[in-house]
Design a binder for this molecule. Structure first.
Ligand SMILES: [Zn+2]
Length: 225
């Protein structure tokens, strides 16, 4: 507990109640009520698997929470993305990793690769929230976080675009550095929210084009249904 916590007691990002000892950023009640997708329990039937099937080869695909405008997930994502609460992203990712690990989701994965942010956006926001998500997963799994995927150009906001428009908009955004060091590795690409999947498709295909010996799995904190 910090001095600031004594002066301003921490409150839950979900419901605003004061947190008690042992709680961190979210109260137990809100954690239990987060809207899970349970996609990782559905195997080939998972909508995340269906979303990317036939577009690029992958081992596993999951998303932990359901995202819809105005719901608790959207509020939490907004807080960690725009309101300078990156540690909330880490906390949520840790909770996600604990639940997904029970079904062996991380078995065989060698490293976590967060969706990168262009330096100009990072300058604006001060941090990349997907790195905090990756660190939360790493905290539970012990897997290393790699920065081989980089953002070489900034793309326009993708809100209100179709999948094809998003794919055109994001095309050429990423590059891979030290691709030879990734030979034969199974990488888990991590992002915050999956809507059309355009960002994930661009990241995965950029990695696979740079090094076809890679295996890819994908995980987002939340997704639209
Ligand atoms: Zn709460």
């Amino acid at each position: 507990m910090s001095l600031l916590d004594i002066i301003i007691p921490p409150v839950c990002h979900g419901c605003g109640t004061y947190l008690v000892t042992g709680e961190n950023r979210l109260c137990m009640n809100c954690i239990s009520r987060l809207p899970r997708t349970f996609y990782h329990l559905r195997g080939e039937d998972s909508p995340m698997v269906e979303r990317f099937a036939g577009i690029f080869p992958f081992e596993r695909a999951a998303s932990w929470l359901i995202y819809s405008h105005g719901d608790v997930t959207a509020r939490l994502v907004h807080d960690f993305k725009y309101h300078k609460f990156p540690r909330l992203a880490r906390r949520l990712a840790l909770l996600m990793a604990e639940e997904l690990d029970m079904t062996g989701f991380f078995n065989g994965i060698d490293a976590i690769i967060p969706i990168p942010q262009h330096w100009s956006r990072r300058l604006q926001r001060g941090y990349n929230q997907t790195e905090y998500l990756a660190r939360g997963i790493a905290e539970h799994t012990g897997l290393p976080v790699t920065d081989n995927l980089i953002a070489i150009r900034r793309h326009r906001s993708q809100t209100a675009m179709t999948l094809q428009q998003r794919r055109d908009n994001i095309n050429g955004t990423f590059a891979v550095r030290h691709f030879e060091r990734l030979n034969g590795l199974h990488l888990l690409i991590v992002d915050d929210v999956c809507t059309t999947g355009a960002t994930m498709i661009e990241a995965a295909t950029t990695l696979l084009n740079a090094n076809p010996t890679l295996k890819i799995s994908i995980l987002t904190l939340a997704s639209t249904i």
